[in-house]
Design a protein. Structure first.
Length: 96
């Protein structure tokens, strides 16, 4: 499998390293984890693996392009948000 790196992009141009050092370290660790899980397989597909660490296994997203991969991840986020909102609605309805 070939690995590739995605440039680390940040919206924070404040230059204040001291106040955000802990947050920055956490962001760096999360970025490193994300980089480790994003790769190209032998067929050239871009693959993103997400493991929540709860023993349920990995979610695997694949696409021929990075744009397609973003679309797959976006669709999964939309579905997750819909599911969460439905569950919240159902819980509120049961409590009343």
């Amino acid at each position: 499998m070939s690995q590739f790196n995605i440039p680390n992009q940040t919206d924070d141009d404040s230059g204040s390293d001291e106040s955000t050092q802990t947050g920055s370290q956490a962001d760096d660790a999360a970025q490193t984890q994300a980089d480790d899980d994003l790769h190209q397989n032998e067929q050239g597909d871009y693959v993103q693996e997400i493991d929540l660490g709860d023993g349920a296994g990995k979610q695997v997203f694949k696409s021929k392009s990075l744009t397609g991969l973003v679309k797959e991840l976006t669709k999964a986020q939309e579905n997750a948000t819909r599911k969460i909102r439905q569950q919240e609605f159902d819980l509120k309805r049961r409590v009343k």
